[in-house]
Design a protein. Sequence first.
Length: 164
Amino acid sequence: MKYKYDKKVTAVNTKHLYSAEEINRIWHENKNNPVIKHPEKGWISPWELRQMHEGKPCPICGKIMVYGEKYRTNCKRDAWLSFPKYNNDIPVVGDYYYHPQYATIDHIINKARCPELMFEYRNLRVICMACNLEKGDSNIEDLERNLEETIEEAETVLKKWQPL
């Protein structure tokens, strides 16, 4: 099943997906289609979402993100010449070499675990390639942050409602 820009991906038409290959195929087939409902811009593509973050800091490491063809290549030699500062840390994904601060889309809740959130704006964040690769499929960072927020909230409530 191939999704087109006029057919939005919803929980109804993704709940049957189980394999990572199928989920990745749908993600990649729709990278240029307006399938993400941005709260201010309306329907945009994953490509446009990444492009909007070029020149902005990665929310995890704070380094300025880059985006575009000049920051990726399928030739190792070209990568070494283009990004000499990073020769020991040039990320490779598939057949391409990327600048470490290349803007990528991270699924907060992994798309394999919840395919119905694959194109949900609230489940996406743009982070640099290096941070995305380091994070992998782990949601532990978000769980730790949620736990810290819950503990802080509980402490605030307990201070407010101390027994007489």
